[in-house]
Structures are given as C-alpha cells and as structure tokens.
Design a protein around this ligand. Sequence first.
Ligand SMILES: [Zn+2]
Length: 363
Amino acid sequence: MGTVTTARGVYPVPIFMPVGTRGAVRTLDGADLESVGADIVLANAYHLMLRPGPAVVARLGGLHRFMGWERHLLTDSGGFQIHSLSPEVCDEGVTFTSVYDGSRLRCTPESVVEVQVTLGADVQMALDVCTTLPAADDVVRQGVERTLAWAQRARRHFDRLDEKPEGQALFGIVQGGIDPDLRRESAERTVALGFDGYGVGGLSVGEPRSAMLEALAATVPHLPADKPRYLMGVGDPVGIIEAVALGVDQFDCVAPTRMARHGSVLTSTGRLNLRNAIHADGDGPLDPTCNCITCRRWSRGYLRHLLGVGEPIAWRLLTIHNLTFMSRLMADARSAIAWGRLEALRAEIRARWPDRTGGPSGG
Ligand SMILES: [Zn+2]
C-alpha cells in the first residue's frame, strides 16, 4: 500500500514503531525520536490508564502534547500486558492486579475503547485475548471467540461515542494461535466487523519461527490489502523481512531498545556485542555505514566504556543507533518493494542474521 493516510498526515509502510510503553521510548525524548526517523510511536493504554490515568493526559492536552510528539501515535489496548499478569478472563472482560499498587482492576472492551479515546492517539487497538502457546485446541478456539465478541463490542462502542479525537482509527486484532485454519477464520470474521486496520496478535510468543510464518501466511491474504496490517511484537530483522514478504505493513517490538541498553548493537553486518573486550580499543563507529548521531561522533571504545561504568548516556546513544538501524531497515524494505527486489533483500538479511527460534518477542 506504500503509505497510510490519517487525519494527522501520512506515514510510509512497511514501518517499525518504537515502543514507548509509559509515554516515553526509554532514554529518548521527542527530538531524539525525530532524529532516528520515527514516524509513529506505540504507547500502551494499559500502563497509561494506571499511571498517570487518562484524565490527567487529557487535561494536559492529550497524548501527543503530553509526550511532546507531533507525529503519529498508536495505543495498544494492553491485552498482551494484562495477559502476562495471570488475569481472570470471562465473557464480560478481564480482571487483573495492578503492577503499580496491587489493586484489582477490571477492563472491558468498552472501557478500553474509552481510555484510548481519552488518550487521543491516532490509532487505537481493540481489546483482545492473547492465548499462551502451546495451548489445547479448545483454549485457542475460546480465545478466538472471545476476541471476536470483544472486537464487535469495541466497534459498536467506538461508533456510538460522540466525542472522539478527529479521525482516530480503530484496529481489530486477529488471534488463533498457530492453527492456520483458525487464523484464517479469525481474520475473515474480524474483517467482517469492519476495522480501519488489523493487528495480528498472539505470535512471536515462543513458537518456532516456521510456525509463526505459517500462521501469518494463513492470515494476511484474508486481510484487506488497502488497510494497514500490523504484526504485533515482532522486531528482529529476519522476522520483519519474512513478514514484509507476506504483506505486513506495521511492526512494533521492545527488542531493539531493550537490546541497546544491554550493549547489543544492530549493524549492517549483523549483531555486535559492545561488552565484548575486542571493542575496548575500537576507534571506529558502531557501524561505518550508519549516519546516526552516535556513529557520527563517538567510537565503539568510548561507548563501551560508558556502558561498562553505567553512564546513562550510553543507553540513550545505543538506543538512538538501534532505532536508526530499524528506520533504515524499513526504508530498505520500502525501496526494495518499489524496485521489485524484495526477494534479493530478503536473501541478504537472512544471510546476515542467523535465525534464532522465535526471535526476540514483544510485550
Ligand atoms: Zn549509528
């Protein structure tokens, strides 16, 4: 599709969304995010609902103004985060314990729509049920049915609300574990409800890469090609290029930012572990082909020193580099699509990044 048009403007696809769970991409500010070429950032409605609360964000001008970020924002509904808290799930909604103060909280598809309307991002996600894999067939089926019922309730509630941020989009989420038939069915029935875009959830949760790609291949052809198709929680180069080849437009993952804080650097020749002693005297940049502010100015040896002594600036500079790498990867993918050479790029990336089962997962 090339681009996605919203009330705010246009963003190119395929695209990677840095994760700013609590309203900030860890260690970066808005100017940093612009410098790494981010066009859309993900924030998490679940966390912002608990701290500082949607009403505070609204009083301070909505999420864009709150974060000092004028480009696109997507809020995730928190289905994935809540799922990791061993919640009680029933047809009505989900009850879980707050990670902040231990209180018991209830979310419904309707309440999550309202929280995200109040936050005011450009895209909001419907609440889904993310099933732990491996799971018995009937458990996966129940997750699909509940996700569909919740998607319908979210759609209706969203449509009934009078006061919404101008042009806010609502995305539905496809579930179905790694069962291709269930994935196809979930895709078709979610599309029948009519959303502005579609998330593919519940993948990259520990299953083998081949199973993830099989489930994805069973899903994407049943999603409309003129609406954004978003693979949730996948952000490693091989996972991204394989998914792009299947038609995925949007990605998010905490891995590139989390890895940066641990000294794991993404480069044009593969992964580099900056903690390795070999880099102590490294006079060159992290990646000679990278044009980020970190690579333009500082040596591997200096950055390794900062990391070793725990200077917080190390996390920022490495995060800037890794997110710049992600922006370049996506720009390369877009240009490869435009020039009909996606297969060649896919082969290059697969050769450069030895596959690891599952790859870095989301959350
Ligand atoms: Zn760089």
